[in-house]
Design a protein around this ligand. Structure first.
Ligand code: GLC
Length: 487
């Protein structure tokens, strides 16, 4: 193998990978403090291996005052003691990689916690104004994007909570500091990063006002935040140049971009990323005629990470309804490109109730309730009192689902195994009011969104049906996959 091919190889795995997102605080607790930990993830690797995913993405594992569920980081190059130690991380990484599971870390380059030492030691690494907010920019979570720093009387920019000051990416030392963070984790051997809030790196250098919104955007936004078109507070003209810096520091590992943008706008970025999340897909109206064009344009873009949920949004079981989960799983896992599965979706977990007062002031606790491993009251998540209660372990848990050949989890397993045999080609071959069908090389996938059974599109033998039928029929709210014979 040439050196170049070797380098490419460290990234090429990601383009068709199935990656399982772990929210570490809610996956598996092993020390009884009610919060998940790295050792818990390590012990559950055999489960992930048997599910058939290619890798895991860990939401932030770093020290954090938890104003934003771990996305407010106070030290990017350490492990939160509640989650474990660096030695625990090394053990997890080694065992994952030995089990042929790649590991992506969450990289949050656009802001830090206000408690990060950088905020006081290097104030010039942040974005400041004197005398009051210099423009009308809003925080994604409500209110102005500027807050007064009581120590200095100056105003600092925060695209998210006021506890998360934005770094000034136009300062070379900021780029270097984040580069060092990446080098730190690369030296430990990680396989890549999911990069948080990429479109917040570059703001208008002149801090001009955002424009009033004239209508809804293509993706949902919180009501107040949606009153503006964020033409200057995010994604400035030269954003791709800053992203190029990340690419350089990432060297040969995979980079998955979280760009909360319509697909069209991802074009400028995808060259620097191996994948970008398809958020238009996540929010598509659940109708074949709505999904088809969204899938088509994202597939054309290539380098796409299909995703139906994560720690920020309502789960498919609650958003789409339980009756649609088998269809949704088939859609997610048969499209061309990579697919991300959020922990618990393979069980059909529903959103949990919000709690009062909430941990997340933006209302995202519902999607972060613990994983349910067995039918005991804590779902086998913890021997202590879970930080958020499990939703319904008596009805849904891994132990029962693994043993049931008709469970959603079993369907996930079968789809994850089958997708390995799909060809790269992708072509939508049929769409009407109820059915969406596409070809993946020798396979044709027929998805039936309607209430009546429909015949399978294409030719060949049935290799998978969401209802475990052997007929070439797509059951109501189900799917069937054919494979051309002789293929
Ligand atoms: C990303 C994360 C979200 C977080 C935000 C700010 O969108 O997914 O959880 O609140 O960035 O870091």
């Amino acid at each position: 193998m040439t050196v170049e091919a070797g380098l490419l190889d460290r990234r090429s795995w990601v383009s068709n990978a199935a990656i399982y997102q772990i929210y570490p605080r809610s996956f598996q607790d092993t020390d009884g403090d009610g919060v998940g930990d790295l050792e818990g993830i390590r012990r559950r690797l055999p489960y992930l291996r048997s599910l058939g995913v290619d890798g895991i993405w860990l939401s932030p594992i770093y020290p954090s005052p938890l104003a934003d569920g771990g996305y407010d980081i106070s030290d990017h190059s350490a492990v939160d003691p509640v989650l474990g130690t660096l030695a625990d991380f090394d053990a997890l990484l080694t065992q994952a990689q030995t089990s042929r599971l790649k590991v992506l870390l969450d990289l949050v380059p656009s802001h830090t916690s206000i408690e990060h030492p950088w905020f006081r030691e290097h104030p010039e690494w942040y974005v400041w104004a004197d005398g009051g907010p210099p423009n009308n920019w809003l925080s994604a979570f409500g209110g102005p994007a500027w807050s007064k720093d009581e120590h200095t009387g100056r105003w600092y920019l925060h695209s998210f909570y006021r506890e998360q000051p934005d770094l000034n990416w136009r300062h070379p030392e900021v780029q270097e500091a984040i580069g060092q963070v990446m080098a730190f984790w690369l030296a430990r051997g990680v396989d890549g990063f999911r990069v948080d809030a990429v479109d917040r790196l570059a703001k208008d250098p002149d801090l001009r006002d955002d424009h009033p919104a004239t209508g809804p955007w293509l993706l949902p936004l919180p009501p107040e935040y949606g009153t503006l078109r964020h033409v200057h507070s995010r994604d400035a003209e030269d954003a791709h140049e800053l992203v190029e810096v990340l690419r350089r520091y990432a060297r040969e590992v995979a980079l998955v971009g979280e760009l909360y943008r319509p697909t069209e706008e991802l074009k400028r970025f995808v060259n620097h990323f191996d994948l970008a999340f398809a958020f238009e897909f996540l929010f598509a109206q659940w109708h074949p005629r709505a999904i088809a064009p969204i899938v088509e344009s994202a597939a054309r873009l290539g380098r796409i990470a299909w995703v139906l949920s994560n720690h920020d949004f309502s789960r498919p079981a609650s958003r789409l309804g339980e009756e649609n989960l088998r269809l949704a799983a088939t859609l997610l896992l048969t499209l061309p490109g990579a697919a991300f599965i959020y922990q618990g979706d393979e069980l059909g977990l529903r959103d949990g109730p919000g709690i009062h007062p909430p941990f997340d002031r933006a209302g995202r606790d519902g999607a972060r309730h613990p994983m349910q491993w067995d039918a005991t009251p804590t779902g086998g998540f913890s021997s202590g009192r879970p930080w958020l209660p499990p939703v319904d372990p008596e009805h849904r848990n891994v132990e029962a689902a693994v043993a049931d050949p008709h469970s959603l989890l079993t369907l996930y397993r079968r789809l994850l195994a089958l997708r390995r045999s799909f060809g790269g080609e992708f072509e939508i071959v049929f769409v009407d009011e109820s059915v969406l069908a596409y070809r993946r090389g020798q396979h044709t996938v027929t998805l039936n969104f309607g209430e009546e059974a429909r015949g399978a599109v294409g030719e060949g033998v049935v290799v998978l049906s969401s209802e475990a039928e052997s007929q070439p029929v797509a059951p109501p709210r189900g799917a069937v996959i054919l494979q051309r014979e002789g293929a």
